[in-house]
Write a protein that binds this ligand. Sequence first.
Ligand code: HEC
Length: 213
Amino acid sequence: MLLANNWSKRVKSKTIILLAISISIFFSVVACSGGPQATVGIKPEIVVDYIHKVAESDRTAYTKHVINRLKKLEGEDKPKGVVPAEATESWKQSNGIPLPAQMFRMGAELASESGNFTIGLISDWNINDNQAPRGEFEKQGMKTVVDTSQPYKAEREIAGKKYFSAIYPDVAVAEACVTCHNNHPIHKERYPDKVFKLGDVMGGVVINLPLDS
Ligand code: HEC
């Protein structure tokens, strides 16, 4: 009798727990599908992380699996590559494919067309004159990113508009990054003492997210 009583108590308490879980799941589903919580936005510092993750992954995949395959095939040297082409700045005029920086810029321009955010590359050892760090935020940010390998984030104003901005380290993820930059005539002339190694921070990815006033 005592045993049966205990058993029925346990069944009751389990039923109550199950019911409580079901109710909380029901309310979470309702809230996520458009309840009051749907109006709470994602923090800008998280949004820039998402944008950066996609851009960085595309760039790494392009360099490792497209650029690298022009010279190496699955780790083996293959001077003529998988296709007889080279990665070159003048890819439109020659038998070439775009550099990672050019590929990145073309994507960035398309992404910026909607006006929601801008994304770009900068470096203290820039080859392209348009890609030098500008203003206090970019200069300080670039220095911090090179020193710490950590992203640098802050609110700033550009032409009277408020932005949440972030600079992420742009790392030499493939041998091609290092060899191409180190041997580029402009790099050699401007920064003769700067020899990049695999894993070095070569520059920064800048993201500017406009903030509503
Ligand atoms: C085949 C040559 C080549 C390869 C490979 C290459 N780059 Fe570049 N990169 C360039 C050139 C040339 C520029 C400048 C031209 C431009 O931006 O249009 C540039 C631009 C950049 C910039 C902007 C600052 C600047 O120099 O103007 C960064 C940062 C950068 N590259 C980092 C990298 C990283 C990281 C990788 C590897 C994931 C990489 N590059 C691979 C040639 C290369």
